[in-house]
Design a binder for this molecule. Structure first.
Ligand SMILES: Nc1ncnc2c1ncn2[C@@H]1O[C@H](COP(=O)(O)OP(=O)(O)OP(=O)(O)O)[C@@H](O)[C@H]1O
Ligand SMILES: [Mg+2]
Length: 438
């Protein structure tokens, strides 16, 4: 994802600069076949056949058929698909809660498929945390004892684990509920306890199998926002399972769409929605609103007029003249955004004898709207309608990273709306972009 326009939306940098490094999780040609003599399904005669054929011919149920993908450190990787498509089987095979029939799985350099049972148990304890749809809380344990369960299993003493768990409970908004029991909590709160339990053990990998499916829509959205916020802070490597496309698009840096045990497509939300590679994915995503997928990152260009804060308003007026523009961005010595400066504000400042732009009140007020690379078109469009000039784009550290022009927003929308249903062309374009990225 080194291609700037397609870089992931959140703190993680999946696949960005570490092309030479191996991915954090690597799944290679994994099969799971249920039923008698599962290996025969891998023979050339059957290996290419689809799930329903194999089921009627051999009686074996395909859970996973030759599934490969990789997940980068700090990435949120979403596996999405309809009921029965193999999502839970996949996430369980990852840490061999279900034994894969064939294939290899490597997590953080450890070959999971080759591990002894003893090593596997230790590996799960120390490196993996899981959250499920049914929170799996123990009814006779208080919130804090439920949430610190993973630490208890690791043998951490009570004082240390309570201290750590209190921090995490605070992070998920449960301060004050430490001594309550699960039955006293709503579903959303119970799910927060489940999440806290997974976060408390401080593993690098978080596996989440439909964790929010049991929640009503409002709470569900809150929990999604919560996870996005937490992930900004924690940068875990997350494998998140869902059958909800909107949830997948909201949370995933990349998404794998599964269909009958196979991976139909893997890509960024934009790849999946704008360039589906087959009719299955296309049908899935056809109703997604393009405005919710496209972001400022897609259309931002380098900032055209920037002024160092120490600049004199007179000099700014000259620069406006040379650039033939009427709005510019004032930045500090390291490039952090201070505010927008209009030509007329520079004129007034110049007349009033102000010495430096970073003392001009109209610029410091920051009334002009500011975008981030991840701001989506749904938010940009109304803002862009309300201003006559470009909009500045700043990153998490307030560094000015670009600007967005209204005409580019309109053009990107028009192109995306007309994107072709030509699946082969889409696949070729996605592959070309993947090559760019590596
Ligand atoms: N223990 C089992 N024995 C036989 N078949 C199984 C077993 N577990 C799963 N399957 C089959 O494997 C396929 C994938 O199931 P899986 O539970 O992974 O689907 P899923 O995508 O998680 O679905 P859901 O959204 O309903 O949770 C299904 O056809 C299912 O019937
Ligand atoms: Mg499932």
């Amino acid at each position: 994802m080194a291609n700037e326009s397609l870089a992931p939306t959140r703190g993680a940098v999946p696949g960005a600069s570490n092309g030479a490094q191996s991915p954090f999780i690597s799944v290679d040609s994994v099969w799971k076949v249920f039923g008698k003599n599962p290996e025969r399904v891998l023979e050339p005669l059957y290996a290419e056949m689809d799930k329903s054929f194999i089921q009627s011919e051999l009686g074996n149920v395909i859970g996973l058929q030759d599934v490969s993908f990789s997940v980068e450190q700090g990435e949120t990787f979403v596996i999405m698909g309809l009921s029965g498509s193999g999502k839970s089987t996949m996430v369980r095979c990852l840490i061999r809660l279900i034994e894969p029939t064939a294939g290899s799985i490597v997590i953080d350099g450890d070959d999971i498929t080759a591990m002894s049972d003893k090593d596997l148990i230790e590996f799960r304890r120390s490196k993996i945390a899981m959250v499920f749809q049914h929170y799996g809380l123990m009814p006779h344990r208080s919130v804090i004892d439920n949430a610190s369960w993973g630490l208890e299993v690791q043998g951490v003493d009570q004082a240390t684990r309570y201290e750590r768990t209190r921090e995490i409970l605070d992070l998920v908004g449960l301060t004050g509920w430490e001594d309550a029991y699960p039955r006293q909590l709503s579903g959303g709160m119970q799910q927060r306890v489940g999440l806290a339990r997974a976060l408390a053990v401080d593993t690098g990998v978080l596996l989440m199998d439909e964790p929010f499916s049991g929640l009503d829509p409002l709470i569900r959205r809150q929990m999604q926002d919560e996870l996005v916020r937490l992930q900004d802070e924690l940068h875990k490597t997350i494998v998140f399972i869902t059958h909800d496309l909107n949830e997948a698009l909201k949370l995933g840096d990349r998404i794998a769409i599964m269909h009958d045990g196979k991976v139909a497509q893997i890509g960024s939300p934009e790849d999946i929605v704008l360039r589906p590679e087959d009719s299955y994915v296309g049908d899935f995503t056809q109703d997604v609103r393009i405005e919710s997928i496209l972001t400022a990152r897609k259309v931002m260009v380098p900032p055209m007029v920037t002024f160092p804060g120490h600049l004199n308003p007179r000099a700014a007026l000259d620069a406006f003249g040379r650039a033939n523009r009427f709005l510019g961005w004032v930045v500090d010595e390291v490039g952090r955004y201070i505010g927008a400066l209009s030509h007329s504000a520079a004129e007034r400042a110049s007349r009033s004898g102000a010495a430096r732009l970073d003392q001009v009140q109209e610029c410091l007020d920051q009334e002009y709207p500011v975008l981030t690379p991840a701001t989506n078109f749904d938010e940009i469009i109304p803002v862009a309608m309300g201003v006559d000039h470009a909009l500045p784009v700043v990153d998490d550290d307030r560094l000015l990273v670009g600007e967005v022009h209204r005409t580019d927003v309109a053009e990107a929308l028009a192109i995306a709306s007309a994107s072709s249903p030509d699946y082969e062309a889409n696949a070729a374009e996605n592959a070309a972009q993947d090559t760019d990225k590596s």
